[in-house]
Ligand binder design. Structure first.
Ligand code: NAP
Length: 281
């Protein structure tokens, strides 16, 4: 069996073409206004700076604007909260992205939760998570929502399948598990205190690797025919799952790079356009 490639780069490209049309239509209707995403970068972590830049570029590719807020590494929680409050109150801003992680002196959770639900286009607030988990409308957390969109686009059957999510972070593993549950998968969440991880991974019809350790999940643990989703990204184009031996054994897989990463940014941009449409149309 040759595994189907879940091509996030291609799907993101197709979606961008549609988003460009939607932004053009919105501009025509609203007298030239476009959706605006405000990005907040705190400190000078080069990887975070690159991600924020990529998000700004993606905004421009679909014809919308981004406003880049850059704050010094010594920013306090109160100072960041004041900036978020200002952006919440600005009617010209339709989405707010606070780049994770923020420097350690900042209470990231408090700052995420200060983002107005209507502008939480990256899906990071507790309220948004709770609403999503209850099946109520909310913007999904960008990485897991991007993965769900990819699974849907490639007609991956979820209902009744055993999904095993390795990782339980607030921005990835936990919302991923809830989204799969919403689609009627039977979900197992694994983490650093899980016993006998290989035995649990071996049960996965759908496996999501979100551990943050290069090739930590070994190919030999994964059963034949599994759908393999690798959210990890490490230097050298390596993910959290040992992918190479699975190219012949899995039924489908996300490449690294070109799988989950482009879908994360694309989902953020799509949700920003949606937010713009709600307030400008
Ligand atoms: N493509 C994208 O756009 C995108 C976006 C975000 C993240 N990522 C990538 O996704 C990966 C995960 O990111 P994250 O932010 O979720 O990372 P994180 O916050 O560091 O969380 C890692 C998770 O892995 C679990 N874990 C650690 N060691 C483990 C072990 N030995 N066995 C089982 N579970 C273990 C941790 O468990 P505990 O909770 O018990 O500590 C934790 O829940 C990273 O590679 C990151 O680069 C990609």
């Amino acid at each position: 069996m040759t595994a189907k490639v879940l091509d996030g780069k291609a799907l993101a490209g197709e979606t961008e073409a549609q988003l460009l049309e939607r932004v053009e239509a919105l501009k025509a209707k609203s007298g030239g206004k476009t959706p605006i995403l405000a990005t907040i970068l705190v400190g000078d972590d080069p990887a975070s700076a690159t991600y924020v830049k990529m998000k700004g570029n993606a905004c421009r590719r679909v014809g919308m604007e981004s406003v880049a807020v850059e704050l010094p590494a010594a920013t306090t929680t109160d100072e960041l909260l004041a900036k978020i409050a200002e952006l919440n109150a600005n009617p010209d801003v339709h989405g707010i992205l606070l780049q994770h992680p923020v420097p350690s002196q900042i209470d990231e959770r408090v700052c995420f939760d200060a983002i107005d639900l209507t502008k939480d286009v990256d899906g990071v607030t507790c309220l948004g998570f709770g609403r999503m988990a209850m099946g109520e409308p909310a913007y999904g957390c960008a990485t897991p929502q991007g993965i769900m969109r990819l699974l849907e686009a490639y007609d991956v059957e979820i209902e009744g399948k055993h999904a095993v999510v390795v990782g339980r972070s607030p921005i990835l593993g936990k919302p991923m598990a809830m989204m799969l549950l919403q689609k009627n998968a039977t979900v197992t969440i694994c983490h650093s205190r899980t016993r006998d991880l290989p035995a649990l991974v071996a049960q996965a019809d759908i496996l999501v690797g979100a551990v943050g350790k290069p090739e930590f999940i070994r190919a030999e643990w994964v059963k034949d025919g599994a759908v393999v989703v690798d959210a990890g990204y490490h230097p050298g184009g390596v993910g959290d799952i040992e992918l190479e031996p699975l190219l012949e054994r899995a039924s489908a897989y996300t490449p690294v790079p070109g799988g989950v990463g482009p879908m994360t940014i694309n989902t953020l941009i799509m949700q920003s356009v949606e937010s713009g449409e709600k307030s400008l149309a």
